[in-house]
Design a binder for this molecule. Structure first.
Ligand code: FES
Ligand code: FES
Length: 199
């Protein structure tokens, strides 16, 4: 079984641009139109529908995934740009030991209502903590501001993220003031809200 999963898997051939992506540790070989976004490639050609299409124009954060560990908006990223790159989606977040701590924390804190924004919120939050930008409620609000929630679950989302960040030594040691200096350094590589528009 494990051997079968490790083989490159060719999905639909719907274009003439070849690309090989590693998604959640699994290799995919695709032939798509060069204009296909990473979001559409994930949802329509790899069957990974956990990543949501909200606005499809870079304004809501619902489509947030990681490319080489960096959060990006998959609706503004071409699949072809991810050739030979490592992509992680919400489906790849849980480990063999169970859900990711942020997934558990979102449940514990009721960090969602309808759940549509939740995959993007969690993917963004994982990166946020890894970036060391979750040192205060204000920092979390600032660096998660690119992820919108129509249900208005913001207070609980912040609480869920802060709980995990506090248990994480790297983030817990940062103060809001630290975050300001870190933010100025990071501003060059990440727009407001923290999620890169594309690669
Ligand atoms: S779907 Fe809204 S930012 Fe990508
Ligand atoms: S939980 Fe419904 S949009 Fe966020």
């Amino acid at each position: 079984m494990a051997k079968a999963l490790s083989r490159p898997r060719r999905t639909q051939v719907v274009g003439d641009t070849p690309m090989e992506l590693s998604v959640n540790g699994r290799p995919y070989k695709l032939y798509l139109d060069a204009r296909v976004t990473l979001l559409d490639a994930l949802r329509d050609h790899m069957g990974l529908t956990g990543t949501k299409k909200g606005c499809d124009q870079g304004a809501c954060g619902a489509c947030t995934v990681h490319v080489n560990g960096r959060r990006v908006l998959s609706c503004l990223t071409l699949a072809a740009q991810c050739d030979d790159q490592e992509v992680t989606t919400i489906e790849g977040l849980a480990g063999a030991e169970g859900p990711h701590p942020l997934q558990e924390s979102f449940v514990r804190h009721d960090g969602f209502q309808c759940g549509f924004c939740t995959p993007g919120q969690i993917m963004s939050a994982v990166a946020l903590i890894q970036e060391g930008r979750a040192g205060s409620d204000d920092d979390v609000r600032e660096y998660m501001s690119g992820n919108l929630c129509r249900c208005g679950a913001y207070a609980n989302i912040v609480a869920a993220i802060r709980e995990v960040a506090s248990a994480d030594g790297a983030s817990a040691g940062r103060t809001s003031a630290d975050g300001a200096s870190a933010g100025s350094a990071s501003a060059a590589r990440a727009p407001r809200g923290g999620t890169d528009a594309s690669l």
